[in-house]
Design a binder for this molecule. Sequence first.
Ligand SMILES: [Zn+2]
Length: 87
Amino acid sequence: MSDKEYREIEAVHERDLPNLLSKFGVFEKFRAGEMKCKFCKEQVTSANIHSVLPESGAVHFICDKPDCIINFSEYIVEKNKGSTNDS
Ligand SMILES: [Zn+2]
């Protein structure tokens, strides 16, 4: 069914963003400024968006603050760890 579960979408291009967000069903919310960074909880707009992370039926946004980008990378690594079960 889904061949791209848990895949982060890096470097979202602004012109692709409306399509992408519409697909996830969050475009209106995003435009209304209701989407917040998963990590710092600040409002994410087209000016500061770094990544979109579809996960478990929800869509998370990550802003372009260096701290959040680092958190995001670590989060992805942790998720991948979980699936390989390598301690
Ligand atoms: Zn952030």
